[in-house]
Design a protein around this ligand. Structure first.
Ligand code: PLP
Length: 404
């Protein structure tokens, strides 16, 4: 008998469910640092700030009060009511508390929504560049990702005609992420209205609107897709605490949607993970009701860093950058540098370029191919100003040294 081999028993879905290149770059950064190399990293997609102290204290208080038991599957009522109020006041959305499902991170909220809607073979429109987890989740559900690309020259936003042309009778969901990871693009109310008209023309198309970077907005205005006329029944609004309140490790997010969908999402969550962490939900209540001073303080720092990034990148001839009205990401197009050389080493792809930037120039980034654009590189500026300045000097200096 052949030796027992667990690896041969693994389900196929496990081979397509990690964030590949992002994990690889972070891991390599750790290895090089462990060897004593000085690496400036622009890879991490999370705030470098600690969670504001009053939110930490609220979690401690909740634990001391014994709020450490299972919570209701859809989340504690007080938090769902506070979220309903937030969505009304800040986003112009009318959701009852019973239409909000709190989850272990926005990621789980997205998984709940996709699993609640998608049958094997259903098509899901993804506007590229996009956050890699969408594709992973859609594939896990058996859905078929339909990827629509928009490049730097379109400010990374696909025009409505391209979206309309991709619709079929199998299309069921479109995933929208504004403000966007990895590009920082924000869809205006006007652009969203044009999208809404396309959605309305299809009998069964829904939109998942991921608004997790809502508060990290520097220019323009945030519009929630579900606030557009007739779109409430067509939309699922996803948001969370990770980015806005610097609470990534706490794992708390939510989805709001029409009642039957909210109930279906809660049923799924009940079977998979049950209610989110109880004392974290109490801390989140404090985060929501405690004003937005910390959110504003962090936003101003990100904005100053955005300005540093834009100024540094503008000095590199050949590099193309779309406006970055939001988030802590820049997504420069480095297409002009592909094919160039460092000595005999040819930069034949954006992965090769990112590897060379890391191994030979001490700056860690993420290849844009991880997000659907093989001509771009993602730079996260959720990092201290000194490290950011060093990273930018290395990044721009390295590109300028490449020869034709
Ligand atoms: N949506 C987008 C666009 C993200 O970039 C991320 C995290 O990187 C998430 C959702 C997940 O957030 P959470 O930490 O709440 O799961």
């Amino acid at each position: 008998m052949a030796p027992f081999d667990v690896a041969s028993l693994l389900a196929r879905r496990t081979s397509q469910s990690d964030e590949g290149p992002i994990v690889r770059m972070s891991q390599r950064t750790r290895e090089l640092r462990a060897k004593g190399q000085d690496i400036a990293s622009l890879t991490i997609g999370e705030p470098d700030f600690d969670t504001p102290f009053h939110i930490q204290a609220a979690a401690g208080e909740a634990m001391k009060k014994g709020l450490t038991h299972y919570s209701p599957v859809a989340g504690i009522l007080e938090l769902r009511q506070a979220l309903a109020l937030k969505l009304k006041d800040e986003n112009g959305l009318d959701y009852a508390a019973s239409e909000i499902v709190i989850a272990n991170g926005a990621k789980q909220a997205i998984a709940n929504a996709v699993l609640a809607l998608i049958e094997p073979g259903d098509e899901v429109i993804m506007l590229s560049p996009y956050w890699v987890s969408y594709e992973i989740i859609v594939r896990l559900a058996g859905g078929v990702p339909v990827i629509l690309k928009a490049g730097v020259e379109e400010n990374f936003k696909a025009p409505p005609e391209r979206i309309a042309a991709a619709l079929t009778d199998r299309t069921k969901l479109l995933i929208l992420n504004s403000p966007n990871n990895p590009t920082g693009a924000v869809w205006s109310a006007f652009e969203l209205s044009a999208l809404a008209a396309v959605v309305k023309s299809h009998p069964r198309l829904m939109v998942l609107s991921d608004e997790i970077y809502e508060y990290i907005l520097f220019d323009g205005k945030m519009t929630s897709f579900a606030s557009l006329p007739s779109m409430r029944e067509r939309a699922i609004t996803v948001n969370g605490f990770s980015k806005s309140f610097a609470m990534t490790g706490w794992r708390l997010g939510y989805a709001a949607g029409p009642a039957p969908l909210a109930q279906a999402m809660a049923r799924l969550q009940s079977g998979l993970t049950a209610g989110a962490n109880s004392f974290v939900q109490h801390a989140a209540l404090t985060a929501l009701s405690g004003g937005r001073a910390d959110v504003g303080r962090m936003r101003r720092r990100y904005e100053a860093r955005r300005d540093m990034v834009v100024a540094a990148l503008a000095r590199v001839p050949g590099l193309r950058l779309a406006p970055i009205p939001a988030t802590f990401y820049a997504f420069p197009n480095v297409g002009a540098f592909l094919g160039r050389k460092a000595g005999n080493h040819v930069m034949d792809s954006v992965e090769t370029l990112c590897d060379w930037l890391l191994e030979e120039n001490g700056v860690a980034t993420v290849p844009g191919s991880a997000f659907g654009d093989p001509n771009c590189i993602r730079l996260s500026f959720a990092t201290g100003e000194a490290e950011l300045a060093k990273a930018l000097e290395r990044f721009t200096g390295a590109l300028e040294r490449l020869t034709a």
